[in-house]
Design a binder for this molecule. Structure first.
Ligand SMILES: *[C@@H]1O[C@H](CO)[C@@H](O)[C@H](O)[C@H]1NC(C)=O
Ligand SMILES: *[C@@H]1O[C@H](CO)[C@@H](O)[C@H](O)[C@H]1NC(C)=O
Ligand SMILES: *[C@@H]1O[C@H](CO)[C@@H](O)[C@H](O)[C@H]1NC(C)=O
Ligand SMILES: *[C@@H]1O[C@H](CO)[C@@H](O)[C@H](O)[C@H]1NC(C)=O
Length: 325
């Protein structure tokens, strides 16, 4: 792996590439206020200097976004109906403690994701998934006592213990499958159904997190321009549901050569972002939605060239320039 940002699948990884403004601290500018005070050396310690800082919290230099610390969910959780667990009361309760924050739905599998607007897609192979158990325990679904849940129409379930056990078992198995993909560097396509998107949005919205959805940037026409047809179908569906989502296109585009053997340069990606921006503007719900990019890996060497090419073409198209650490 050329880059360590591929977090363990299914984990909520702390991530704050956005709005990394300076911290609140303001050092007093008067030189006389900073003093270096020699400290008596305890035995065995070579030498220490105590620095006194005057911190003036009343006049911040910069203020960070309240979403400064945010989180990311990898699309690999679509496997085997895992999204069902996002309706868990326990999880939603814990996630509420992290709000306000962004929930970025993105990762290596972003560019293997396809949207399918089917009401009842064929059940996946391999025995009953969590969905099956959920259906059989519908009586256990707690009609929420929290006013917010009702107001937002939150679907929250009190999963029975058997489901949590199943969850643990399957997590272990799934982890192996995902690791295998990662080691062999061959990823299977993932299908996101309309229902899965509903579940994802329900989790974000009910937890007070703002969803950032990264669209697949590797669907390309023979001339290497982005093919937006699948993204458009997703955008139309989520607009029909009035989902408040911010958007990205692709994940770590500097990595595409190692992932799929094809490359997308900065200016091409810039054009693709402009195409996405005009799609968003055509859809009333998203006419003013935020668009973030280019989600490159650490900006150095050839990655900087990609960033520069992108910025020349699409610098004014994005609401925040993003990279990953
Ligand atoms: C995944 O989908 C893309 C785009 O539709 C297609 O070109 C590719 O062959 C698919 N990969 C696999 C492994 O099915
Ligand atoms: C874009 O993709 C769609 C669906 O895969 C396909 O029908 C369409 O022909 C493609 N567009 C171009 C310009 O190749
Ligand atoms: C969508 O979410 C953003 C970020 O939380 C918020 O600022 C904005 O007001 C929301 N838009 C609508 C139409 O609710
Ligand atoms: C970027 O890629 C596009 C499409 O593959 C190509 O037409 C263009 O010449 C490339 N630009 C640069 C600067 O390499």
């Amino acid at each position: 792996m050329p880059h360590p940002s591929s977090c363990p699948p299914g984990l909520l990884a702390l991530l704050a590439p956005w709005l990394a403004l300076a911290a609140h601290l303001s050092l007093s500018s008067q030189a006389g206020d900073r003093r270096a005070v020699p400290v008596e050396k305890p035995p065995g310690v070579k030498g220490r200097t105590l620095i006194l800082l005057d911190v003036n919290p009343k006049s911040p230099v910069r203020i960070t976004s309240e979403n400064f610390l945010s989180l990311q969910l990898d699309p690999s959780i679509i496997h085997d109906g895992w999204l069902d667990f996002l309706s868990s009361r326990r999880l939603v309760t814990l996630a509420r403690g992290l709000a306000p924050a962004f929930l970025r739905f993105a990762g290596k599998r972003t560019d293997f994701l396809q949207f399918q607007n089917l009401k009842n897609p064929a059940k996946s192979r391999g025995g009953p998934g969590p969905d099956y158990y959920l259906k059989n325990y519908e009586d256990d679904i707690v009609r929420s006592d929290i006013a917010l849940d009702k107001q937002k129409g939150c679907k929250i379930a009190q999963h029975p213990d058997i489901m949590l056990e199943l969850q643990r078992e399957k997590a272990a198995q799934m982890h192996l499958v995902l690791l295998k993909e990662q080691f062999s560097n061959t990823y299977s396509n993932l299908t996101l159904t309309a229902r899965s998107l509903d579940k994802l949005y329900n989790f974000a919205d009910c937890s007070g997190l703002h969803l950032i959805f990264a669209l697949n940037a590797l669907r390309r026409n023979p001339n290497n321009a982005w093919n937006s047809s699948n993204a458009l179908s997703l955008l139309k569906y989520s607009a029909s549901k009035k989902y408040n989502i911010s958007w990205e296109l692709g994940n770590e585009p500097n990595n595409y050569r190692t992932l799929t053997g094809r490359t997308v340069n900065g200016s091409q990606l810039g054009k693709d972002y402009i195409q996405l921006k005009s799609l968003l503007q055509l859809i009333r719900t998203y006419a003013r939605a935020s668009l973030y990019g280019p989600n490159i890996g650490r900006p150095r060497k050839n990655v900087i060239a990609l960033l520069e090419g992108f910025m020349k073409v699409a610098g004014r198209t994005v609401d925040a320039v993003t990279w990953q650490q």
